[in-house]
Design a protein around this ligand. Structure first.
Ligand SMILES: CC(=O)SCCNC(=O)CCNC(=O)[C@H](O)C(C)(C)COP(=O)(O)OP(=O)(O)OC[C@H]1O[C@@H](n2cnc3c(N)ncnc32)[C@H](O)[C@@H]1OP(=O)(O)O
Length: 132
């Protein structure tokens, strides 16, 4: 599933480029939204994000596309792949700027981890099922 954000001046660091923390906040929030729609009724929290490496600068005015898809479901956890692309002012093609995976864990009412449902229809996937 794709979601979008626009980079505004308040998202920039003091060098004038996108602040990495702003990007991670979007990823955490958007991936959580996608996961929560895939697992309705479940309380999900972020346990980890992998391979945080910023190799591409992003400028103000860029439209970011976050491509978020489930990659693996475990017992209590589910991992999503996140690819971020940037459409910058004046450019005609989007550019790949960031990649990570983020994992969520289901909590019960006591705040302890618990198993995810065995059967899942992923609303974020066209076919609704995870093939991997
Ligand atoms: C949307 C948000 O921003 S939420 C706010 C930020 N997140 C939080 O506050 C969560 C704080 N963390 C916690 O409360 C606890 O770690 C809990 C309850 C989520 C999990 O309890 P733990 O004892 O740490 O669980 P445990 O180590 O057994 O791991 C639970 C699952 O996460 C997986 N996991 C553990 N560490 C990692 C990691 N670094 N990366 C990916 N997955 C991991 C495990 O493999 C396991 O998955 P499985 O059940 O599918 O096999």
């Amino acid at each position: 599933m794709d979601t979008y954000a626009i980079v505004r001046p308040e998202h920039l660091n003091h060098h004038g480029y996108l602040f990495g923390g702003a990007l991670l906040k979007w990823i955490d929030e958007y991936a959580w939204l996608v996961a929560s729609r895939d697992f309705p009724g479940c309380t999900l929290v972020t346990i980890g994000m992998d391979d945080i490496v910023f190799k591409q600068r992003v400028i103000s005015g860029a439209i970011l596309r976050f491509q978020i898809e489930p990659v693996k479901k475990g017992g209590s956890s589910v991992r999503y792949g996140v690819e971020v692309f940037s459409d910058e002012p004046g450019a005609t093609n989007e550019r790949h700027v960031f990649s990570t995976t983020i994992t969520f864990v289901r909590l019960d009412e006591q705040g302890k981890k618990c198993d995810l449902p065995a059967e899942v229809r992923y609303r974020s996937l066209a076919g609704g099922t995870l093939t991997a």
